[in-house]
Design a protein around this ligand. Structure first.
Ligand SMILES: Cc1cc2nc3c(=O)[nH]c(=O)nc-3n(C[C@H](O)[C@H](O)[C@H](O)COP(=O)(O)OP(=O)(O)OC[C@H]3O[C@@H](n4cnc5c(N)ncnc54)[C@H](O)[C@@H]3O)c2cc1C
Length: 468
């Protein structure tokens, strides 16, 4: 590989899952890195240790089955030299099909690997906007990997720089389903009053199915609130936090959870989120009692989100309740609804496919900030940001991950400019493009096997093209 040492330092901000991977990817290729982590000088409301790549909640790095979407992503990350995964394997604990880790041993080990790397200078300090601007002005590449709980000053700066409206402070997400699992003999495609094409699918309720759905929705179990998400103390939760959080979410995201709307009265959804005006059910020739609309989440229409169904129900409950919607009885959920504190950019509007901000040359974004979700996906986007900076420093051409592999699928989520409520996404089958052939669309297992086969071929080609 050309030119190993001619550069000044690369600045990586945030020593979470993405930041350690970016730093590692660069340092292992001979580039000097300064990695800034603000803990323990300043803490986030969710982190509790001084470890880099802290697992703030579960100790699971998802499925390690090579035939699962998360397994395929792991295989690709390992081929690219993931330090998170190699350390996780060294400190694995039994967790069935999942890659579970001993959280303290993992934290200690990964912190030591980074701190002891001869090309990495680990600095325990908070980066502020002035620091970032000075390094950019000096011509240094900066990778921003400050995660879902980015310090408020940097988040505010990023919001200003990317243009208001392109940085989110909260997730308020509706569930998304795999298009192939929607019953098209019930759900029909039509826009209201036939205006605007037939992009939307409509799940028609009659009076009985609507009332049963509303009853299940308002009595379903809701996820607990964390006070810190509403700006309160770290550990408390409860009604006050709930009210405060909902106020903030309404302010930032302009939405109310569907169950809260349903609480207001039996017909509130039929007159609001599920109003059936301008729709005609082809099976009856009449307007349905109410209709839940589904909107495509990508150009290929392999994913559909449930319009105006932002929810804080527990995930198991979402599956149970939304499967009561006519047409969604067998739907596979690839993303559940969430409403929580998060920070991420509107990638399709502001990010280039090499993870550099279009309006701020030299500033690369990594991890959850890009619009992916989860430890593994964030780490994956950390490796990629490191590799992109390395290529940029060496004057090497940007080689976009092909659409069919796991990296290409995540990138497609970040780059797809289909009008939608852009929200962070885990790796899932729905992100991988459908195989050719309509018969394959009907057989779930065959479809997945074909997707996997295509992913492996595509990744091998990309890996070869990267010439690492
Ligand atoms: C409460 C909560 C629970 C979660 N549970 C799970 C789960 O069970 N499973 C799962 O897969 N994912 C979970 N996630 C998501 C997961 O934490 C993220 O996907 C992942 O950590 C994101 O990686 P990252 O590197 O982008 O950010 P992080 O891992 O959060 O790392 C960002 C780092 O940047 C530092 N930082 C922030 N601002 C600055 C600054 N200005 N200067 C210097 N350093 C800074 C922070 O201290 C932090 O160490 C959870 C998230 C939260 C908030």
């Amino acid at each position: 590989m050309v030119g190993r040492y001619p550069f000044d330092v690369v600045i990586v901000i945030g020593g979470g899952f993405a930041g350690v991977e970016s730093a590692w990817a660069l340092a292992e290729r001979g580039v000097k890195v300064q990695l800034l982590e603000m803990r323990p000088v300043e803490n986030t409301p969710a982190h509790t240790t001084t470890y880099l790549a802290e697992l703030v909640c579960s100790n699971s790095l998802k499925s390690k089955l090579p035939t699962s979407p998360a397994g395929q992503l792991k295989g690709e990350m390992e081929a690219l030299g993931s330090v998170v995964l190699s350390t996780a394997r060294e400190h694995e604990v039994p967790a069935g099909e999942a890659l579970g880790v001993d959280r303290n041993a993992f934290g200690e080990a990964i912190t030591a690997k980074i701190a002891n790397h001869p090309n990495i200078e680990l600095v325990r300090a908070k980066a502020d906007p002035k620091f970032i601007e000075e390094h950019l002005a000096a011509g240094n590449k900066v990778i921003l990997a400050t995660g879902p709980l980015t310090s408020p000053d940097v988040a505010e700066w990023l919001a200003q720089k990317t243009g208001r409206g392109h940085l989110y402070f909260y997730d308020a997400v509706s569930p998304t389903v795999d298009a192939a699992t929607i019953d098209r003999s019930i759900a029909f495609s039509q826009s209201r009053y036939d205006k605007g094409g037939d992009d939307y699918l409509n799940c028609p309720f009659n009076k009985e199915s609507y009332e049963a759905f509303v009853e299940a929705l308002i009595t379903a179990e809701r996820a607990p609130f964390h006070a810190f998400e509403a700006g309160g103390k770290r550990d408390g939760d409860g009604q006050e936090a709930e009210a405060e959080l909902l106020k903030k979410i309404k302010y930032f995201a302009g939405c109310t959870p569907i169950e809260v709307i349903a609480d207001k009265g039996a017909r509130s959804l039929a007159f609001g989120n599920f109003k059936p005006v301008g729709l005609t059910d082809p099976r009856t020739g009449r307007r349905p009692w109410a209709a839940l609309q589904l909107r495509p989440e990508n150009k290929e229409k392999s994913l559909f989100s449930l319009v105006a169904c932002q929810t804080r129900l527990k995930w198991g409950e979402q599956k149970r309740v939304f499967r009561m919607v006519p047409g969604l009885e067998n739907a596979e959920f690839v993303r559940f609804g969430v409403i929580h504190r998060n920070t991420y950019i509107e990638a399709p509007k502001v990010l280039s496919s090499n993870l550099e901000l279009r309006e701020i040359p030299g500033l690369f974004i990594a991890g959850q900030l890009t619009g992916v979700e989860g430890y593994v996906e964030s780490a994956a986007m950390g490796i990629l940001a490191g590799l992109e900076v390395f290529r940029a420093l060496n004057g090497l051409e940007h080689v976009l991950a092909p659409r069919h592999c796991a990296y290409g699928s995540l990138m497609s989520h970040l780059m797809d400019d289909t009008p939608r409520e852009f929200a962070p996404m885990n790796i899932n089958w729905g992100l991988f493009p459908d195989p050719e052939g309509s018969s394959l669309k009907r057989d779930k297992d065959q479809r997945k096997a074909k997707k996997l086969e295509a992913a492996q071929v595509a990744f091998r080609e990309w890996h070869a093209a990267l010439a690492l």
